[in-house]
Design a protein around this ligand. Structure first.
Ligand SMILES: [Zn+2]
Length: 234
């Protein structure tokens, strides 16, 4: 299984070939195994799950169906059996959706109002309160990786830029070197969506004024830095 896992996580064509060859050498004597892997999985679906190919598209980290499977499993747990009538089914699904909705809102509030100690560094100044906590975590990891990568894009690989729309290690090093905060424009809009308002319910001008004002007010009151406060109301 480890061999197959290493094939799935090969992040370049060359590495994929090397690891497949290793797998063929080790398990070539197991009848039908490599033919099964080639014909059932790799031939038609390699682009769907092998890192060498999935790293070339923007997927924001959603590379498995685990989220859906998990929701399905929780629903089955709450239903307890397959004999439920429509009313029971409705109530269970409704209850679960409400919990999920509240959890998502809570995560937005956290991203919006709470500045964690690890992100008080000046580098994060323009991102705090504007991007999700998950994006901040991924950027933090890239900053750590940048200590080995330097300014070399080849060495960097820029995977997080391609797959997540976030600044990669070598890009971040340019900002660190220039002693400038990471610009919000470097972050894909996907990570800046900290609201449950569907885009198609916002008025035609593109803004829900009430919510925008509320958002600015909350951000202003949560902020303690004078410069940041000025920037918010500008
Ligand atoms: Zn890079």
């Amino acid at each position: 299984m480890d061999r197959w896992t290493s094939v799935m996580y090969a992040n370049s064509d060359a590495l994929f070939e090397v690891r497949m060859n290793d797998l063929r050498c080790e398990f070539g004597n197991v009848k039908g195994l490599t033919e099964y892997l080639d014909n059932t999985w790799l031939k038609n679906y390699n682009e769907k799950f092998v890192s060498a190919w999935t790293n070339r598209i923007m997927h924001f980290g959603e590379t498995t169906t685990q989220r859906v499977e998990s929701a399905h499993s929780i629903l089955k747990l709450h239903l307890r059996n397959s004999q439920a009538n429509f009313e029971t089914l409705w109530n269970v699904v409704d209850g679960l959706l409400r919990i999920q909705h509240n959890n998502i809102k809570a995560s937005f509030e956290l991203s919006f109002n709470v500045v964690q100690h690890e992100y008080i560094d000046e580098s994060y100044r323009r991102l705090r309160g504007y991007v999700s906590q998950r994006a901040l975590r991924l950027i933090r990891d890239e900053l750590t990786r940048g200590e080995d990568v330097g300014h070399d894009s080849t060495r960097c690989g820029c995977e997080i830029r391609t797959t997540h729309g976030l600044p990669c290690a070598h890009e971040l090093n340019h900002h660190i070197f220039a002693r400038s905060p990471i610009p919000l424009e470097d972050i894909h809009v996907y990570w800046q969506k900290l609201s449950m308002i569907p885009e198609n319910l916002v008025d035609p001008s593109g803004y829900n004024v009430h919510d925008e004002i509320q958002r600015v007010l909350e951000k202003f009151h949560a902020c303690t830095d004078e410069d940041d406060r000025l920037r918010i109301i500008q």
